[in-house]
Design a protein around this ligand. Structure first.
Ligand code: HEC
Ligand code: HEC
Ligand code: HEC
Ligand code: HEC
Ligand code: HEC
Length: 435
């Protein structure tokens, strides 16, 4: 499967064969749900210049060429109805409920479900209507249709703000993807079967709940983390296909679901690419240096040993590999640095994939180093940096150059840009004496 074409100088991605597989593929995208790609809508309005072309590089294969690890049953009817878009309004709560039982805001649920509220507040689901999203909605349908975006970011009918809203919908929208977005339909609560196997309690608040195995199913997350077949693809790959990536891995074969890694012990934290410890758990890095006369050669290898899909899975994060020589003060010496990237880089108008060096589990990316030894060098360093929102930084920067873009949302977009710029962190680093 090493067919990704001419690798970029100094970088290559090795792909093991996915040998234990059944020649089974499922057409899972034929559902009636019309999920619309956020990025495609953003791109429709894109008017900025194209970025400088990057060197030809490794191209991660289209998933259609990689068989599923095990056959995947289609999503259940219950799940398809649960995440139908748009969601119907909940209607009036039962007349015998206390006011708090009928409320849909996360704070109300948290009055009783304290731990879930605390966890959720720290998660990106709670940030679903952050400045980057709202900033793009304030300027009306010509920038983005609210219902289209909120289908994943704040899916309740009650979260859609009408022109005559008295503030109720706007407040609920601020919750982003809240408890009710995943757990409440028609005022009925559903959740995973209880861990001790007992039936839902009689006479519990909100008339108890309906137990659904689907809460433990990776398909539950697929509803929002994969676009549907037929939507925008580049090089045969959808712009979001996390579930489809996972379905090709040994994790799927071994029954390790999204929830096992992202909701350990049912915790509602959903840590991902923005969390340094989570990112550190995704990969193993090794740096080796050698000296031949006045030349230094080296390699930095990064292997996906912990992410249950491509590392990273989306087009927006960038993992940067860097090797450099250091002077006596520990500062990098100009001209000695070499870099490589693990990312799926697409043009901001989404018309072209420039490179895709992301790694399925077991795959490895190698940055090769070959440079003259600087007379100032006293040590060498290898670094793996994670920039979760690199793609958003580029997108907002280009868009803000247009003075007519998003007149009402600009202030929020600037906030989003600052946050995207500040999202970088060092995930791994190793300094060695000169070899
Ligand atoms: C099919 C589900 C889906 C739809 C529809 C969708 N998004 Fe997203 N969006 C996601 C997911 C999942 C993420 C997190 C992963 C990522 O960063 O790509 C995300 C992340 C984002 C982010 C970065 C995080 C943040 O809060 O700043 C922005 C901005 C965004 N979306 C804007 C939009 C806009 C605008 C629309 C409508 C045009 C939209 N999205 C429609 C699923 C969706
Ligand atoms: C993105 C969807 C999603 C959101 C948002 C969400 N949950 Fe959950 N919730 C789940 C899933 C999935 C499970 C099952 C987790 C498992 O068993 O591994 C679950 C489990 C639960 C349980 C069962 C006990 C437990 O913790 O495992 C309760 C209670 C619960 N959620 C309440 C809440 C409350 C309250 C909120 C808001 C503060 C919330 N949920 C937000 C998806 C969600
Ligand atoms: C007045 C307290 C109270 C409020 C408010 C409340 N709940 Fe509950 N909820 C409970 C209790 C008690 C149970 C346990 C029922 C049982 O054990 O059978 C429960 C059960 C659940 C379950 C099932 C847990 C499981 O084991 O699968 C979910 C999901 C849930 N609630 C979600 C919510 C959501 C979402 C909200 C807000 C929209 C909410 N609850 C508001 C008290 C409350
Ligand atoms: C209703 C749609 C929806 C469902 C269902 C959903 N998500 Fe999300 N998820 C989103 C959106 C939208 C974002 C981005 C929020 C933002 O920052 O704007 C997101 C963000 C995340 C992130 C954080 C990514 C980061 O950038 O760090 C993780 C991890 C995640 N989801 C995992 C899951 C898992 C696991 C499940 C299944 C249990 C799940 N999600 C179910 C819509 C959803
Ligand atoms: C074996 C553990 C594991 C499994 C299974 C897994 N993930 Fe992840 N996931 C990770 C790790 C580790 C990261 C952080 C590194 C990264 O960003 O890829 C991550 C990152 C993410 C992110 C952040 C965005 C990004 O660009 O990386 C999202 C969203 C996400 N996972 C969703 C899912 C969904 C949905 C599933 C199921 C279809 C799933 N994950 C299955 C371990 C796992």
């Amino acid at each position: 499967m090493n067919d990704e074409g001419a690798p970029r100088a100094g970088a290559s991605t090795e792909r093991p064969r996915f040998a234990r597989t059944l020649q089974e593929r499922i057409l899972w995208g034929a559902s009636a749900l019309l999920l619309v790609v956020c990025a495609v809508l953003i791109a429709r309005r894109f008017a900025g210049p194209a970025p400088a072309p990057l060197p030809e590089s490794a191209k991660a294969a289209a998933l259609a060429t990689i068989p599923l690890a095990v056959p995947q049953p289609p999503a259940s009817d219950w799940l398809l109805a649960h995440f139908v878009a748009p969601l119907p309004a909940q209607g009036e709560p039962p007349a015998d409920w206390t006011p708090i039982e009928g409320r849909l805001d996360a704070a109300a649920c948290g009055a009783c479900h304290v731990r879930q509220l605390e966890d959720w507040q720290s998660s990106w689901h709670a940030q679903g209507m952050g400045p980057g999203v709202v900033g793009q909605l304030l300027d009306g349908p010509e920038i983005a249709d609210a219902a289209t975006c909120q289908r994943c970011h704040a899916p309740l009918a009650e979260q859609l703000v009408a022109p005559d809203d008295d503030g109720t919908a706007a407040a609920l929208r601020g919750d982003g993807l809240s408890c009710a977005g995943c757990h409440v339909r028609d005022h009925t609560r559903s959740g995973p079967p209880k861990a001790d196997g007992t039936a839902p309690m009689e006479g519990a608040p909100h008339d108890g709940f309906v137990a659904q195995e689907a809460f433990g199913d990776a398909r539950f997350c697929q509803s929002c983390h994969d676009f549907e077949a037929g939507q925008r693809t580049l090089e045969g790959k959808l712009l979001q296909e996390t579930w489809a990536e996972w379905a090709r891995t040994d994790y799927a074969q071994d029954g390790v679901s999204c929830q096992d890694c992202h909701m350990p012990e049912g915790r509602h934290l959903w840590k991902g690419v923005h969390d340094p410890d989570m990112v550190r758990s995704a990969f193993t890095a090794t740096a080796t240096w050698a000296r031949a006369g006045e030349k230094l050669t080296a390699s930095l290898e990064v292997t996906n040993t912990g992410a249950g899909h491509r590392f990273p899975t989306y087009t927006t994060p960038q993992i940067t590999l860097r090797m450099e020589q250091l002077d006596a003060a520990g500062a990098p010496i100009a001209g000695t640095s070499r870099e490589g990237a693990i990312a799926r880089r697409v043009k901001p108008d989404l018309t072209e994939e420039l490179f895709d060096t992301r790694l399925l589990p077991g795959e490895r990316h190698v940055l090769a180093y070959d440079a003259p030894l600087s007379p100032l060098a006293t040590a060498v360093r290898a670094v793996v940096e994670c920039w979760p929102d690199e793609g958003y930084s580029r997108f907002y920067t280009i868009k803000l150059r247009d003075p007519d873009w998003a007149p009402n949302g600009r202030a929020l977009i600037r906030t989003a840009l600052e946050r995207a710029n500040a999202s970088r962190f060092v995930a791994w680093e190793q300094t060695d004496p000169l070899p």
